[in-house]
Design a protein around this ligand. Structure first.
Ligand code: PLP
Length: 468
């Protein structure tokens, strides 16, 4: 088609006067509509359409695209309960309520209601942390990486920190202990070897420039076979003989013995402190099941120093986090109801039979949604705790499995990847995992099947509407 035959686009002012455009402006405001309209006219000039109706449709779709939330809820069917990229721990209703109570107005965040004077934001959670861990004092920051940075910078600035070579950890997403150490302005003093470090390695390394001994929980890997690390008790003895503190980065840590819930063992914060450790740091949104935060607990004199570091101001938690954290810690005061009330612990302890039931409920609607090109069934899989916890321990679970019915391996592979994309494009995206030539949707984290069913069946219904 020659360019003379393409209709010129109408003038902006003319289009803005259309009743349909006026309706859009009433709804979204002139600024947004105008931006979309200009982009739409550009499309017209590029020859993508040349009539008023198409322009209007394009503008409407563009507005919808731009106004759709970028950050939204998804269904976590990956089988990893504490998935860092999917926001880690789901919060209990008590925490959501606490957040909303303080979110919309003023609160006593840093205000002492007894004296009417300035208060400390940590006070809302410190008492609970101490009660639940046996620590003398505690403070909280934005996350555990911040906690480690703050502790090292406070207690070991321009001095040496002794760490075993077997514990120079990297946690996914660029937390590398040697790098954090450098940013904290500390000098790393490595001792031992990758697989074995002995008590005398630490004892021999202590000198006048040593600030503290550091132990890091090897959350996301395990060194097996001919291996040895020095335990907290022995390390504490060595540290204290030299008047130095022992700091432990627990990563996840747990406030309770997870074995009592039938889960694999994870260091219990109370036990670690009782072994003589002076300061521990751990995440609030890993096994604890709370909001993103880093908890620092231990000896009062050290916590007081840590709190006075100007970096604390930069790393502190916001009011929403503190509200949620207080609510979650309070739930730990009643250990008997934890697996009922803390979603993370409830999901981790779900029985395979219960998960199978959910999978059975979901199966028909998923089959309907996926269409005839896919074979859909259920299969036994293993879920993971996630967030670097216990990488070797897997939890028996059940997944919905989708495989392509036709074609060679290559096309099957592509079809499964396309299907995973289609699931991610649903209004509430569904995130699974691909294993071999199957798409697996682990049902462990689906406690209520109905919203998922609705979404799949709704999508099928919408599809048949547009088809007719
Ligand atoms: C997870 C983890 C961190 C980082 O904690 P965030 O809360 O993600 O900042 C640090 N150290 C260890 C050992 C961890 O497992």
């Amino acid at each position: 088609m020659s360019s003379e035959l393409i209709r010129h686009p109408p003038a902006v002012d003319k289009v803005l006067a259309w009743p349909a455009m006026q309706a859009l402006i009433a709804c979204h405001g002139r600024t947004l509509v105008l931006t979309s309209l200009r982009a739409g006219l550009q499309q017209w000039r590029q020859g993508n359409f040349d009539d008023d109706r198409s322009l209007l449709t394009w503008v409407q779709a563009d507005l919808q695209r731009r106004l759709a939330p970028s950050f939204k809820a998804v269904f976590n069917l990956t089988g990893t309960v504490l998935h860092t990229n999917l926001g880690r721990a789901p919060l209990p209703p008590e925490a959501i309520k606490a957040i909303s109570d303080v979110a919309s107005g003023a609160s006593n965040l840093e205000y002492d209601l007894n004296t009417g004077k300035r208060g400390d934001r940590d006070s809302h959670v410190e008492r609970w942390i101490c009660e639940l861990t046996g620590a003398e004092a505690a403070t909280v920051v934005n996350n555990n990486a911040a906690a480690v940075l703050l502790v090292l910078n406070t207690l070991a600035r321009r001095r040496q920190v002794i760490v075993s070579r077997g514990e120079l950890i990297e946690i996914g997403g660029s937390f590398r202990l040697p790098d954090v150490m450098e940013r904290a302005d500390c000098k790393l003093h490595e001792v031992g070897t990758t697989n074995r470090t002995h008590a005398h390695d630490f004892a021999d390394a202590v000198n006048s420039r040593t600030a503290l001994l550091l132990k890091a929980h090897t959350s996301n890997y395990a060194i097996q076979g001919f291996s040895q690390q020095v335990g907290e008790q022995e390390l504490a003895q060595i540290a204290h003989q030299h008047n130095l503190p022992l700091v432990v980065d627990l990563g996840s840590g747990s406030l309770i013995d997870l074995r009592t819930l039938g889960l694999p063992a994870e260091p219990v914060v109370r036990d670690v402190l009782a072994a003589g450790v002076d300061v521990v740091t751990f995440s609030a949104d890993k096994l604890l099941g709370g909001p993103q935060a880093g908890i620092i607990a231990g000896r009062a004199e050290l916590i007081s120093k840590i709190r006075k570091n100007p970096l604390k101001r930069a790393l502190r938690c916001d009011k929403l986090t503190l509200a949620a954290l207080e609510a979650v810690l309070k739930l730990y005061a009643n250990p008997d109801t934890l697996t009922l009330r803390i979603p993370t612990l409830r999901l981790l302890t779900r029985s395979q039979a219960a998960i199978q039931q959910t999978a059975n409920v979901l199966l028909p609607s998923l089959r309907d949604w996926a269409g005839a090109e896919f074979v859909v069934d259920t299969c036994e899989v293993h879920s993971q705790i996630g967030s670097g916890s216990l990488p070797l321990d897997l939890l028996p679970s059940v997944a919905l499995r989708l495989r392509s019915a036709q074609g060679n391996k290559r096309t099957q592979n592509r079809m499964v990847r396309d299907l995973a994309l289609r699931l991610r494009q649903l209004p509430q995206p569904v995130i699974g995992r691909i294993a071999d030539d199957s798409l697996l949707l682990d049902c462990r984290c689906v406690e209520d099947a109905q919203p998922l069913c609705f979404q799949w069946l709704g999508a099928v219904a919408a599809g048949s509407e547009t088809a007719t």
